[in-house]
Design a protein around this ligand. Structure first.
Ligand code: HEM
Length: 450
C-alpha cells in the first residue's frame, strides 16, 4: 500500500500575515513563529521586541556550532529556562565549568558502557510488549506508552535499585516544569516585558524541591552503601574525575547532572519513538519491511545492544522520524559580538536560532522534504552533516545521542517484531512544540499480535 498523502506537519506562518500577528498562535505552538520562508531561504531575520535571526545554511551553522563556540554560547533564554531545574549542569554551563563536567561525564556515555546498559533497555522493551498485549483490541496511546518505557530506562540507568527514588513524583515534577517553562520561553524569545513572570520566580515550586531532595537522598545513600552489580550512571559519575584537573563532582553537581540526564534524555527519546510509531501506522509498507528485518534478526526474542548494528532499516526509520519531527525543534544562541552571518547584520545580544524543524524540511537541502522516505538515510555519507541536526553538533553536541539511538532501535525493533500497528481513523496527532516537539492528542494505534 502506498501512502496517499504526506504525514502530519505544522502549517508554517505565511510571511504576509507577519510573525507578530501570529503571536496568538505561537502561544500554543512555538513552531508557528517559524515563517514558511525558513524552508526556502538560508537566513531569515526579524524583530519582535528583540532582534532575532534564523539560520538554515549548513556552512553558517557549522561556524556557529563548531568554529565560533565562544562568540555564540547557549542563549540567555535557554539558561533562564533551565537553571531553576538543573543548575549550572553540563547542559547550560559555559567555558571551563562546562568543559570539566563534559570530560568527567564522557566515560558514562562511552560505546562500551552503552553496551553494558543495554540489558536495561531490552527488559524495558519486553515490559512494553506485555502492556501493549494486555490492551488486546483496544487502541493504545503510544505516546503515553513510550513515556512510561523510556522513563523506566532512564530511572534504572541513573539510580538503579533506588528505593529512595519515587519515579511518579519525579515524572510529575518534570512534566509540570516543562509545561510552565515552555509557556514562558516564548515570551523570552520574542522579547516580552520584564513584568512577565520568569521560571525562577514561579518555579521555586514544591514539586521541584521534592525532586531535588529525592535525588540528594539517593546520592547520599549510594555513597554510603557503595555499588553492587553493573555500575549505573550515578556510580559512574561518582567515580568521574576530570582527567585534567582531577576534580570530582560534589553532591549538588551530581544531582544537577543526573536530573539533566533525566530531563534531557527521557522525554526526547519517548518522542522519537512515538513519532516513529506514528509513521509506521501511516506507512504500512515501510512497517512490513521493518518487521521482516526485525523478525529475521530477532527470531522471537527481544532486541539487545548487539543486534543494533544488524537493524539498519529500523535505524533509518528513526533517523527519518528525527528529521521530520526533531524533539528539540529549535536551538538558540546569544551573539557575544557584532558580526555578519550570511549577509545579515548581527548585533551583540541578538538571538540566533537554528530551527532544526525547518532545516530538516528545507527545500534547498532535501528532495521531497515533507515526505516520509527512510531510505534517504541508507547512505549516510550522502547527507550533509550540518543539514541534519537532531542532536545539535560541535562541542555541545548531545552527549546522550548514542544512548538514545541504541534505546530507540532496541525498543522499536522489539515492538515491530511482535505487533502490527494500525492507525485509528480521525486520530492523527498534531505536532506542537512547547519545549519539545510533541504529538498533541497522542499517537493512537491498535496493535495486532503477529
Ligand atoms: C532522541 C533523543 C535526544 C535528542 C533529540 C536530544 C537532543 C539534544 C540537542 C539538540 C542538544 C544540543 C542543544 C544545543 O546545542 O543547544 C542536546 C544536548 C544534550 N543532551 Fe540530548 N537529546 C536526546 C537524548 C539525550 C539523552 C538520552 C541524554 C542523557 C542521558 C541527553 C543529554 C544531553 C546533555 C547532557 C546535553 C548537553 C551537552 C553539552 O552541552 O555538553 N540527551 N541534546
Amino acid at each position: 500500500m502506498i501512502p496517499a498523502s504526506l504525514p502530519v506537519r505544522v502549517p508554517l506562518v505565511n510571511d504576509e500575515v507577519g510573525i507578530f500577528k501570529s503571536l496568538q498562535m505561537a502561544r500554543h505552538n512555538i513552531l508557528s513563529i517559524i515563517p514558511a520562508s525558513a524552508t526556502k531561504q538560508p537566513t531569515v531575520s526579524g524583530k519582535t521586541g528583540k532582534r532575532w535571526h534564523m539560520v538554515m545554511d549548513p556552512p553558517i551553522i557549522r561556524e556557529i556550532l563548531l568554529d565560533r563556540l565562544d562568540d555564540y554560547p547557549k542563549s540567555v533564554v535557554t539558561k533562564n529556562l533551565l537553571k531553576p531545574a538543573i543548575g549550572e549542569s553540563l547542559f547550560i554551563a559555559e567555558g571551563a565549568h562546562w568543559r570539566w563536567q563534559r570530560r568527567a561525564a564522557a566515560p558514562v556515555f562511552s560505546a562500551r558502557n552503552m553496551l553494558n546498559l543495554s540489558p536495561i533497555m531490552t527488559s524495558a522493551a519486553q515490559r512494553s510488549c506485555e502492556r501493549i498485549a494486555a490492551a488486546g483490541q483496544r487502541a493504545v496511546n503510544m505516546l503515553d506508552e513510550m513515556v512510561t518505557t523510556t522513563f523506566d530506562v532512564i530511572s534504572d540507568v541513573t539510580f538503579s535499585g533506588g528505593d529512595t527514588f519515587d519515579r511518579d513524583a519525579v515524572y510529575t515534577a518534570i512534566d509540570d516544569y516543562i509545561a510552565q517553562a515552555g509557556k514562558i520561553s516564548l515570551f523570552d524569545v520574542l522579547g516580552f516585558p520584564d513584568w512577565v513572570p520568569r521560571p525562577d520566580r514561579i518555579m521555586s515550586g514544591k514539586a521541584l524541591q521534592n525532586m531535588k531532595q529525592m535525588a540528594d537522598r539517593a546520592i547520599d545513600a549510594r555513597a554510603q552503601r557503595g555499588k553492587d552489580g553493573t555500575p549505573d550512571l550515578l556510580d559512574l559519575l561518582l567515580d568521574g574525575i576530570d582527567p585534567k584537573t582531577k576534580r570530582k563532582m560534589n553532591t549538588a553537581e551530581l544531582r544537577d547532572n543526573l536530573l539533566t540526564f533525566i530531563v534531557a534524555g527521557h522525554e526526547t527519546t519517548a518522542l522519537t519513538l512515538s513519532w516513529s510509531l506514528y509513521l509506521m501506522g501511516f506507512d504500512q509498507t515501510a512497517q512490513e519491511k521493518a518487521r521482516s528485518e526485525a523478525q529475521s534478526v530477532l527470531q522471537g526474542r527481544a532486541a539487545t545492544g548487539d543486534d543494533v548494528a544488524n537493524l539498519p532499516y529500523i535505524r533509518q526509520i528513526i533517523d527519518e522520524a528525527l528529521r521530520l519531527y526533531p524533539p528539540a525543534g529549535m536551538i538558540s544562541r546569544t551573539a557575544q559580538k557584532a558580526d555578519t552571518l550570511g549577509g545579515c547584520e548581527v548585533r551583540r545580544g541578538d538571538t540566533v536560532m537554528i530551527p532544526i524543524y525547518a532545516l530538516g524540511r528545507h527545500e534547498l537541502l532535501w528532495d521531497d522534504p515533507d515526505a516520509f522516505k527512510p531510505e534517504r538515510f541508507a547512505d549516510r555519507k550522502a547527507i550533509d552533516r550540518y543539514a541534519y541536526l537532531p542532536f545539535g553538533d560541535g562541542p555541545r553536541i548531545c552527549i546522550g545521542a548514542s544512548f538514545a539511538l541504541q534505546e530507540a532501535v532496541i525498543i522499536l525493533a522489539t515492538l515491530l517484531s511482535r505487533f502490527k500497528f494500525l492507525p485509528v481513523k480521525g486520530k492523527d496527532p498534531d505536532p506542537i512544540m512547547i519545549l519539545t516537539l510533541r504529538p498533541n492528542g497522542g499517537v493512537w494505534l491498535t496493535a495486532e499480535p503477529v
